[in-house]
Design a protein around this ligand. Structure first.
Ligand SMILES: Cc1ncc(C[n+]2csc(CCOP(=O)(O)OP(=O)(O)O)c2C)c(N)n1
Ligand SMILES: CC(=O)[C@@H](O)[C@H](O)COP(=O)(O)O
Ligand SMILES: [Mg+2]
Length: 631
């Protein structure tokens, strides 16, 4: 196949970075935006990444960089998946082709990557709180610079963003909140606030308001006090009989809506905002995927693209992945049991629930980016007699720990968490790794926590949960799932709550946890190839509660257990076995392989497994350490 040509970038070559943006004519600026889009599209399709959101924010970023100085002012992107143009214009152009690759630049803003990245992001809705923090630090240190939070309409609907908004007036430190409204989260945004934004977007009175903003800013420069200007502001608002506006009601001055693709309009408004003495929310309307016909037509599909995407090419048929299989089982359960409902927090595409939502529109709930609400909502439904399945990424479940403990497990409610992307996630990197659900979930009383190795066990576990009145969680990783792994045709699955012995060996027992079961079997194959004493291999299946009878026997019959898990070792399943061995007074050594005490940067999932020592060779080296120690 021919390698696509790199798009030409004469103006970007000439300006190099944000520093010379102010020298460009309006027509050159327009052309620059086209060039930035070309590079973003080219690299994102090659490496994978967040295409549609980044394409939609190009003019917004160019205008911000013409008005604000990113070396002095602080520009904070919410989620950070829309900031590719910012990376290109803040001294990362040369490295941009390494986006999301091992050792390359991150797909999200990172403080250690660039002094222009004010705040680390990846999870949504942090920008307003962080901006208020920066502004407070500035004021206490008597510094002078602007703090700008750029937040999407999807991220704004989250509780954390509301907590930030609620604090704007009382914090008393100026922040500028730029609301980048493209009427989309990953999918169509939903909810009451979404409706409200839609009303504000089309209200012509607010558009006419721009002239008034300009006049007010001019009088302010002539020396009127802030109080005088704000007084006139409120009087004018009343006289305009504007529709209700939640931001104004919260005492945050609202400007907008503005066309987020008109450079002149954006630059003028940002200039006025910079000189304005108070906090502001500036509402700009953009189009997700702008400039790329495929992404404009299907913004949800092109929110994130995989490496090697060819725009316009028919989509390849892929092997079934864990999300798709869990969603299909959920459909079968919903067909059989009217109490079964399914919910997600803005991740319908990622968790492959499109078909469920189409088939059971009244039993499917997407609550938007609100993980805390999602779990308590599910708890309420369970208490009310339904059987909710919550499909949630491990990394975003971090947002809802208290709800998991306090609202689901404490009252013992029958909610099943389908914990997707549990483990190393690859190119999204540190912020998105699913490494904490296991150590955190393992210590919650009352929870039944499971990790299947194949489709057959996933379905068995989902069905088993439904047959019982218990809080449950099933963790599975990113990627494809085999229909059946290490099973003899026709033989029944292992029972509820019990581990499964896949090979009876001696001295050492390798214990796999879901995704690492195959790794343990690969280690067995390698040790057979090497002619070594063969270990036992066990698939743990149930992480909690522990099948004490089974593990007591395992400890009695082996000298060493080696556990591998796709999670932090600290606090993980291996540690629960080690603690059990200790309680039992067993001399059997328990060692764990998994992720060490560090954040795991972006790279492919395979590279991350390698880096963390999740390889058959490394596992066998553990066996040798023991053999040497006991010789
Ligand atoms: C806490 C959290 N939940 C879910 C996500 C996944 N996610 C990333 S971007 C996104 C949509 C954000 O919508 P918006 O803020 O409007 O940005 P847009 O992509 O439309 O530019 C979602 C749900 C996340 N990053 N963080
Ligand atoms: C920015 C963000 O949080 C999501 O878009 C995330 O990157 C999706 O990850 P998957 O590609 O695993 O669905
Ligand atoms: Mg949006």
């Amino acid at each position: 196949m021919e390698t696509p040509q790199r798009p030409p970038t004469p103006i970007l070559d000439r300006v190099g970075s944000y520093r010379k943006l102010r020298e460009l004519s309006p027509s050159d600026l327009e052309a620059l935006c086209g060039e930035l889009r070309g590079v973003i599209q080219d690299v994102t399709c090659r490496n994978g990444g967040h295409l549609a959101s980044s394409l939609g924010a190009v003019e917004l970023i160019v205008s911000l960089l013409r008005v604000f100085d990113p070396g002095r002012d602080r520009i904070l992107f919410d989620v950070g998946h829309q900031a590719y143009a910012y990376k290109l214009l803040t001294d990362r152009r040369e490295r941009f082709s390494t986006l999301r690759r091992k050792g390359g630049i991150s797909g999200f803003p990172r403080r250690h990557e660039s002094p222009f990245d004010a705040f680390d992001v990846g999870h949504s809705s942090t920008s307003i709180s962080a901006a208020l923090g920066f502004a407070k630090a500035r004021d206490l240190k008597r510094e002078r610079h602007e703090v700008v939070a750029v937040i999407g309409d999807g991220a704004l609907l989250n509780g954390l963003a509301f907590e930030g908004l609620n604090n704007v007036r009382s914090a008393g430190s100026k922040v500028l909140i730029v609301l980048n409204d493209n009427e989309m989260s990953i999918n169509t945004r939903i909810g009451g606030m979404a409706e409200h934004l839609a009303k504000l977007s089309v209200h012509p009175t607010y558009r006419r308001f721009k002239q008034f903003i300009k006049e007010q800013c001019r009088t302010l420069r002539r020396g009127d006090t802030v109080e005088e200007v704000l007084g006139r502001w409120k009087t004018k608002l009343k006289s305009l009989l504007l529709p209700p506006n939640i931001f104004e009601e919260m005492d945050i001055t609202y400007w907008g809506p503005f066309d987020g693709h008109r450079l002149d309009e954006l630059e003028e408004i940002f200039g006025l905002a910079r000189d304005y003495p108070e906090s502001l929310l500036i509402h700009v309307i953009t189009r997700k995927g702008k400039g790329c016909p495929e992404a404009e037509a299907q913004p949800a599909t092109f929110h994130g693209v995989g490496a090697g995407t060819v725009l316009g090419a028919p989509s390849q048929k892929k092997a079934p992945d864990w999300s798709r299989v869990a969603a299909r089982v959920a459909e079968r359960l919903a067909e059989e049991d009217p109490r079964v409902v399914c919910c997600t927090a803005a991740m319908k595409e990622g968790t492959k629930l499109q078909e469920f939502s189409r088939r059971f529109p009244h039993r499917f709930f997407d609550v938007g980016i609100s993980e805390g609400h999602l779990l308590t909502f599910a708890a309420g439904m369970a208490a009310g007699g339904l059987r909710p399945l919550v499909c949630i990424y491990s990394t975003f479940l971090q947002r809802a720990m208290d709800q998991w403990v306090h609202d689901i497990c404490l009252p013992g409610l029958p909610v099943l968490l389908c914990v997707d992307r549990a483990g190393l996630v690859g190119e999204d990197g540190e912020t998105h790794q699913g490494l904490l659900d296991l150590p955190w979930g393992r210590v919650i009383p009352g929870l039944t926590f499971m990790a299947p190795r194949d489709q057959a066990d996933l379905e068995f576990m989902m069905r088993g949960w439904l047959a019982r009145e218990i809080p449950g969680a099933i963790r599975y990783p990113r990627g494809t799932v085999p229909p059946s792994l290490y099973r003899n045709e026709g033989s029944p699955l292992s029972g509820w709550g019990t581990p499964e012995t896949l090979h009876q060996g001696e001295e050492t027992c390798l214990v796999g946890v879901g995704s690492t079961t195959k790794l343990m079997m690969d280690a067995l194959a390698l040790s057979r190839e090497r002619g070594e004493t063969l270990p036992t291999v066990v698939d743990a299946r149930f992480l909690k509660p522990l099948d004490e009878t089974f593990y007591r026997d395992l400890l009695r019959t082996h000298r060493q257990l080696v556990v591998a898990e796709e999670a932090y070792v600290s606090g993980g399943f291996g540690e629960s076995l080690a603690a059990f061995a200790h309680r039992e007074g067993s001399p059997c050594l328990v060692r764990t392989l998994g992720v060490g005490d560090h954040f795991v940067a972006h790279a492919s999932r395979a590279e991350q497994w390698q880096e963390e020592g999740l390889t058959p060779e490394h596992i066998l080296s553990f066996l040798h350490v023991w053999a040497t120690a006991s010789a």
